[in-house]
Design a protein around this ligand. Structure first.
Ligand SMILES: *Cc1c(COP(=O)(O)O)cnc(C)c1O
Length: 428
């Protein structure tokens, strides 16, 4: 058995405790005298000798090695705050290594550039975040990389895995904004079968786990190869930082680190510190509270006469309820369908616009704004906002109703959120 890199004290602790304390003695910084690690701000580092400098560059290119005893060189390569954050993210996602990025899109674009070559093809789930859609349809084709959109939960799409050009299967564990839950174990099992028959490079399974967060789902344990995150959302949690991350196996660490160095989308050390010190230690408690309220709001909306449809993975009527119950579990074993709720109102788009404008001007606890996973409840209309890079035809193909309303539930009291909703629903 491989010797664990974690101390026995750390292994015995519960996940939510580990999220507060992290690597108790991280090699990236001397924790022994600080309760909170210092926020560092140094773009470059003293190298001491030519030999040590040369060794640092050599180590950087070798997978995983720098984590054990890093020789710090220059912030775009790596530095203490981001290293500590990465150790913590890897542990939370149960992965071998993690890398942080300036934004979620920085993580997604760098990871795809690492994995793909001219002529390669991506098979992507039909419903994804608008900017990821734009990256796949507007930019990657310029480099000869094409994307086919399919329903990854539909067995018919699995036969395409054996196409020798397919190198990446891409999806979101809980899709933005339709909140579909992908059947990760089945998709990865089918991909493994197809890869075994291929004579070319195997295809990798990429999952954007932003909506679930590692508190609700650890995709690597279901056969996924690369997990992606927008740290901007619930992992940072307070709406003050932008960031991205990926978690994967050590075999990809070296290529990814070099790609990040050269494409340059590194996370600011100050943002890394915020996510590490404030975001992650409070994730479990924020998530649990937001989820409790989201669940109640989903039930409330589901029984409201003016609401046409509610999508929430915790409702038994959700199309993927069975797989949601199996996959969406916090590390303590509780069903964790999350803090996002999507719904449509009965009637035309005019009704939805009236409702949204009334929320924007008249509500106290709900804010019309994009983004998600903050302490404040945010409401938006994806078809006209976060997914506006998709035209009407593309929205239809993705199964996104232009009238769909997306709600990210915050830390307010349920009664106040219900009051805002009921007041605006009463006006239409
Ligand atoms: C917001 C978001 C992203 C992009 O993250 P940024 O930090 O804004 O670049 C990617 N995927 C999903 C699912 C998102 O919600």
């Amino acid at each position: 058995m491989k010797k664990s890199k974690f101390s026995s004290k750390e292994i015995q602790a519960k996940p939510r405790t580990r999220q507060v304390h992290g690597r108790f003695h991280s090699k990236a910084w001397d924790f022994s005298h600080h309760l909170i690690p210092p926020m560092t701000s140094s773009t470059t580092f003293r190298l001491g000798s030519l030999k040590r400098g040369a060794k640092g560059f050599l180590q950087f290119a070798q997978e995983g090695k720098d984590l054990q005893n890093p020789i710090l060189i220059y912030d775009r390569l790596h530095e203490p705050n981001t290293l500590m954050l990465e150790e913590q993210l890897a542990a939370m996602e149960e992965g071998e290594c993690a890398l942080s990025f300036s934004t979620g899109m920085g993580a997604i674009s760098t990871a795809l550039m690492m994995a793909l070559e001219q002529g390669d093809k991506i098979l992507c789930h039909k419903t994804i975040y608008g900017c990821t859609y734009s990256l796949l349809t507007q930019w990657l084709p310029k480099f000869g990389i094409t994307t086919e959109f399919v329903d990854l939960n539909d067995p018919q799409s699995w036969s395409l895995f054996s196409d020798s050009k397919v190198r990446v299967i891409f999806g979101e564990s809980i899709s933005n904004p339709n909140l579909e839950v992908l059947n990760l174990p089945k998709i990865s099992q089918e991909l493994k079968k197809a890869n075994a028959k291929k004579r070319t490079r195997p295809a990798l399974f990429f999952i954007d786990n932003t909506f679930a967060t590692p508190w609700s789902l650890r995709p690597l344990s279901w056969g996924v190869d690369v997990v992606l995150h927008s740290l901007t959302k619930n992992i940072s949690g307070f709406g003050t930082e932008m960031g991205g991350a990926l978690v994967t196996r050590n075999e990809f660490a070296s290529a990814l680190k070099i790609a990040r160095k050269d494409f340059g989308a590194i996370l600011s050390p100050k943002s890394a510190w915020e996510v590490f010190v404030h975001g992650i230690p409070t994730l479990s408690i924020r998530f649990d509270q937001q989820q409790k309220t989201a669940w109640a709001i989903a039930k409330y909306l589901d029984s409201h006469p003016k609401v046409e449809r509610v999508i929430y993975p915790g409702l038994p009527g959700h199309p993927n309820f069975k797989i949601a119950k199996r996959l969406l579990k916090n590390p303590e074993g509780d069903f964790s369908p999350g803090f996002m709720v999507s719904f449509t109102l009965k009637g035309s788009m005019n009704k939805t616009e009236q409702f949204i404008d009334d929320i924007a001007t008249g509500s106290y606890a709900m804010t019309l704004a994009v983004s998600l996973g903050t302490t404040k409840t945010l409401i938006e209309v994806p078809g006209y906002m976060t997914h506006s890079t998709m035209n009407e035809k593309a929205l239809m193909k993705s199964g996104i109703d232009p009238r769909l309303i997306r709600l990210s539930v915050g830390l307010e009291h349920l009664d106040d959120l219900k009051q805002d909703l009921s007041r605006s629903l009463g006006k239409i």
